[in-house]
Design a protein. Structure first.
Length: 477
C-alpha cells in the first residue's frame, strides 16, 4: 500500500491501517509492530509521519513504546467494541421538539447524590480552579472599580487579544477587532443563528448532534435538517451536498472537531472541502469548536475557519469545557456578520461579566492555559480507554461504542431492544445519570443509544456506576 504524501492527515491513515491490522489479529497482544523506519519504507511515507501515527496509537491505547526495543501491541483482557455505523437520518427538515425531554433530563445534573455519567462537562478535579481563584482574588485586590463596569461588546480588549493569539493555533488569522466575547459558546451559537437565519429557515446539523444545538434551533422557530455522520470522520460531505441541492438550507451548524456526542474529528482536507462546498452555495457555516483544545494529542486540529476566504464561517468557542463552565466566557469570530453579532450581543445581554474576562485574559497571558492542557490531555485519554474497557466488560453483547480522539464523551449503541429512556429512568433510581439518545435528534431518534462522559476522576464509584448501567442494559436487552 502506497499512501499519497500530499495528504495532510497521512499519519491518521497510517494509524488506522495499523489499528485495523491489530483488530484483525495480524499483530497480537504483546507482539512487536514494524519499526518506525521499516514502516516508513514500506508505506513510502516520512519517518515523522510514522512517529505521529504511533503517538496517536499510543494515546488510543493500541500500542505502547518499550525503551530500547520498539513499539508493541498493548495487552488487553477485553475486546474493543465495534464502532456504530454511519447514521442514516431521514432527509427532511423538521421543527425541533426536545426541550421538555432535555429539561427533564437536565434537572438531575446538579444532584450531588448522582454519579454524573450523562453530563458533558468536566468535573472540578480536572479544572485549574485554585489558579483561577488566585488570579481573581489578585485582580479584585488591585481593582479601582474597572471590574464593576460594563465591558460592552465586543468585550475586554486584553481578552480579545489573547483569543486572537489562541486562534492562531487552529490556523485562524483574525484580529482582536474581529472577535466578540459572549457568555459561553451556547450564546455565541445562538447569536450567530439569529444573525443569519429567521423562523422557518432550515439549519443543517450532524446526526446525532448536541441537544443544546437543537434547543437553540427550536427556541428560534427554525427547522433542523439532520445529515448522515460518520462516528470517526464526521458529517458526510456527499450527503450534505445532496441536501444543499434538494433543500433551501440557510446555514450549517457543525462541531467538526471532537464532536458531541460522537467524538468524530473531520480531517483538514475535508474541512477545506466543506468550506469550499458551502462557499459555492453561499451558505454560512457556524463552526462550534468548543472541544478542539482537549484532543488526546498535543497538536491541535485546524479549524474550518482557517480556510474561509469569504467571511462565511462564524467561529464559536469557549472555555467551558476546559477551564470553567461556571465563569461563562465564550467568543465568536463571525466574519462578515460581525456588525450584526455585536449589536445582537448588546441588545440580548448588554455585556459578558467583566471579572471572568479579566481572569481568563491574565491566565492566558502567562502561559497557564498551555501548561494546563499538557497536563489534562493524558488524563482524558486514559479515562476514554477505561470507559471503553468498562463498556466491553459490563455491557450487553453486541454493544458498540465510538473511539473518540478527544473531547469528553463516548456514544454507545446498545442492542436495539434497549429503550434508552427507560434505561435512563432506571439508572437514576440507582444513583447514576446517562444521557439518552433521543436527546440528540430533532426527531428523537437513537432510541437505543446513550451518551457517557469520562470527564470525571476515575474511581471505584465511577466503575461501579458503569457496572450498574451495564446490568440494567442487559436486563432490557
Amino acid at each position: 500500500m502506497t499512501l499519497a504524501a500530499s495528504d495532510e492527515n497521512l499519519y491518521r491513515r497510517v494509524a488506522r491501517r495499523v489499528a485495523d491490522q491489530v483488530q484483525k489479529g495480524v499483530y497480537r497482544a504483546g507482539e512487536r509492530v514494524p519499526s518506525v523506519r521499516r514502516q516508513s519504507v514500506h508505506l513510502k511515507v516520512s519517518v515523522a509521519t510514522v512517529v505521529e501515527a504511533y503517538r496517536l496509537l499510543e494515546d488510543e491505547g493500541v500500542i505502547e513504546a518499550r525503551p530500547q526495543s520498539g513499539y508493541y501491541v498493548r495487552a488487553r483482557r477485553w475486546q474493543t467494541p465495534a464502532e456504530p455505523e454511519v447514521s442514516r437520518p431521514t432527509g427532511s427538515p423538521t421543527l425541533v421538539g426536545i426541550t421538555e425531554l432535555a429539561m427533564r433530563v437536565l434537572k438531575n445534573s446538579r444532584r450531588a447524590d448522582i454519579v454524573q455519567l450523562g453530563v458533558a462537562a468536566p468535573h472540578a478535579g480536572f479544572l485549574p480552579i485554585q489558579r483561577l481563584n488566585r488570579i481573581a482574588a489578585a485582580l479584585a485586590r488591585r481593582d479601582n472599580g474597572q471590574l464593576h463596569r460594563y465591558e460592552y461588546p465586543p468585550g475586554l480588549p486584553a481578552l480579545r487579544q489573547q483569543l486572537a493569539r489562541r486562534m492562531l493555533e487552529s490556523g485562524c488569522d483574525v484580529s482582536p477587532e474581529e472577535i466578540v466575547v459572549t457568555s459561553g459558546c451556547q450564546e455565541a451559537v445562538t447569536l450567530c443563528l439569529r444573525a443569519i437565519a429567521r423562523p422557518g429557515d432550515v439549519i443543517a446539523v450532524e446526526s446525532p448532534t448536541y441537544y443544546g444545538t437543537l434547543q437553540a434551533i427550536e427556541s428560534l422557530g427554525m427547522k433542523a435538517l439532520e445529515i448522515p455522520t460518520h462516528p470517526r470522520d464526521g458529517v458526510s460531505l456527499e450527503a450534505l451536498e445532496l441536501a444543499l441541492e434538494r433543500h433551501r438550507v440557510r446555514a450549517c451548524l457543525l462541531v467538526l472537531t471532537y464532536h458531541n456526542p460522537l467524538g468524530a474529528c473531520m480531517s483538514d482536507e475535508d474541512k477545506r472541502r466543506l468550506v469550499r462546498l458551502l462557499a459555492g452555495h453561499d451558505v454560512p457555516l457556524i463552526e462550534d469548536d468548543i472541544y478542539a483544545d482537549i484532543g488526546f494529542r498535543s497538536q491541535r486540529p485546524t479549524a474550518a475557519k482557517s480556510y474561509d476566504r469569504k467571511g462565511l464561517v462564524l467561529y464559536c468557542s469557549s472555555f467551558s469545557k476546559t477551564l470553567s463552565p461556571g465563569l461563562r466566557v465564550g467568543w465568536t469570530a463571525p466574519g462578515r456578520y460581525y456588525a450584526q453579532i455585536e449589536h445582537l450581543k448588546y441588545v440580548s445581554t448588554m455585556a459578558t461579566a467583566t471579572l471572568p474576562q479579566a481572569v481568563f485574559a491574565e491566565f492566558l497571558s502567562h502561559g497557564g492555559y498551555d501548561r494546563y492542557l499538557r497536563g489534562v490531555r493524558p488524563l482524558y485519554a486514559r479515562n476514554a480507554e477505561r470507559m471503553t474497557e468498562a463498556i466491553a466488560r459490563f455491557f450487553p453483547t453486541g454493544t458498540r461504542a465510538t473511539k473518540p480522539g478527544g473531547g469528553v464523551v463516548v456514544w454507545v449503541e446498545l442492542p436495539d431492544t434497549v429503550d434508552a429512556l427507560e434505561l435512563h429512568r432506571r439508572a437514576l433510581e440507582r444513583g447514576v445519570s446517562v444521557a439518552p439518545g433521543p436527546l440528540f435528534s430533532a426527531k428523537q431518534k437513537y432510541r437505543h443509544f446513550i451518551r457517557l462522559t469520562y470527564a470525571l476522576p476515575w474511581n471505584e464509584q465511577v466503575e461501579q456506576a458503569l457496572v450498574t448501567v451495564g446490568r440494567l442494559a442487559q436486563e432490557l436487552a
